[in-house]
Design a protein around this ligand. Structure first.
Ligand SMILES: C[S@@+](CC[C@H](N)C(=O)[O-])C[C@H]1O[C@@H](n2cnc3c(N)ncnc32)[C@H](O)[C@@H]1O
Length: 256
């Protein structure tokens, strides 16, 4: 039987790798490295650095595949993501079928944690459901950008006994601050959605490229720091050609 390991590698700092992830890296024969967009070179390089640093027997193979990109030509978001995942499924199937021999172990190195805004698990389930390929797979958790952000700001995500919502910039822009939480973590925000909430009494803990040498952190009352975040964010995006940022919004005045 072929085996696939879905290994969370943490959201930027190679030191985020867990002992379990390092053991999993050492168990794999083939690494499938897939990235896309302007950050591709840097993200692929980081994965190679992780392999070189943590694998004791250099007798492994790295197979690079180009990850398909989401259509951005006005197609509805969910439909575009479904289409993207179908395209990705084909790429994954090709890798598992052609690059992995029976009895071998292949690994996908997933940024952060595989359970959070990542489709690797969903795609492997879809392949298995079609029953054309047979393999077993295991998921190794990683330190997500959410945990890394909270640690860098030294802030808990939730107030005592209260819920925290994890959402996207797109949803925040469409629906405002979630009704059912006092704290919200926002990911995948390409549109500075926090700036639309400036009238609300919120604190923001913002971080870009968290855990990497380019890390930038800004925190404070949203009203007071939103312009600074927008300025720093734009400058960083221009300088690097891409940006990865996440932030925590918390209602002010909620007591722990
Ligand atoms: C496709 S999601 C992947 C999330 C990933 N699985 C995780 O556990 O963090 C990409 C989003 O994660 C966030 N992100 C990932 N790495 C980050 C980092 N090092 N610093 C800040 N945000 C990051 C950003 O919001 C980015 O838009």
């Amino acid at each position: 039987m072929k085996k696939i390991l879905v290994i969370g590698i943490g959201a930027g700092d190679p030191n985020y790798l867990t002992v379990q992830a390092i053991e999993a890296l050492n168990a794999a024969d083939v690494f499938f490295v897939m990235d896309k967009g302007p950050a591709k070179d840097k993200l692929v390089a980081l994965r190679k650095e992780i392999c070189a640093r943590f694998i004791s027997d250099p007798n492994y193979r790295i197979v690079e595949a180009t990850s398909p990109e989401r259509r951005r030509d006005g197609v509805e978001y969910k439909a575009a993501v479904d289409e993207l995942n179908r395209d990705k499924q084909q790429v994954f199937e090709g890798l598992i079928e052609n690059e992995l021999a029976e009895g071998q172990c292949g690994a996908f190195l997933v940024w952060g944690d595989p359970s959070l805004y990542d489709s690797t698990i969903r795609i492997l389930d879809a392949i298995l459901a079609e029953r054309r390929l047979a393999f077993e797979f295991e998921v190794i958790p990683g330190i997500s950008s959410v945990q890394a952000l909270a640690a860098k700001h030294r802030v808990p995500l939730n107030f005592i006994g209260k819920p925290v919502s994890i959402t996207t910039g797109r949803r925040l822009a469409e629906n405002g601050f979630p009704d059912d939480a006092d704290s919200a973590v926002v990911m995948l925000d390409a549109q500075n959605a926090y700036a639309q909430l400036a009238g609300e009494d919120l604190d923001i803990y913002w971080g870009a490229y968290v855990g990497t040498p380019d890390e930038i952190l800004v925190a404070g009352r949203l009203e007071e720091v939103k312009d600074e975040i927008m300025r720093v964010r734009m400058q960083a995006r221009e300088a690097n050609g891409w940006i990865m940022d996440t932030y925590l919004l918390r209602k002010r005045g909620v007591r722990d």
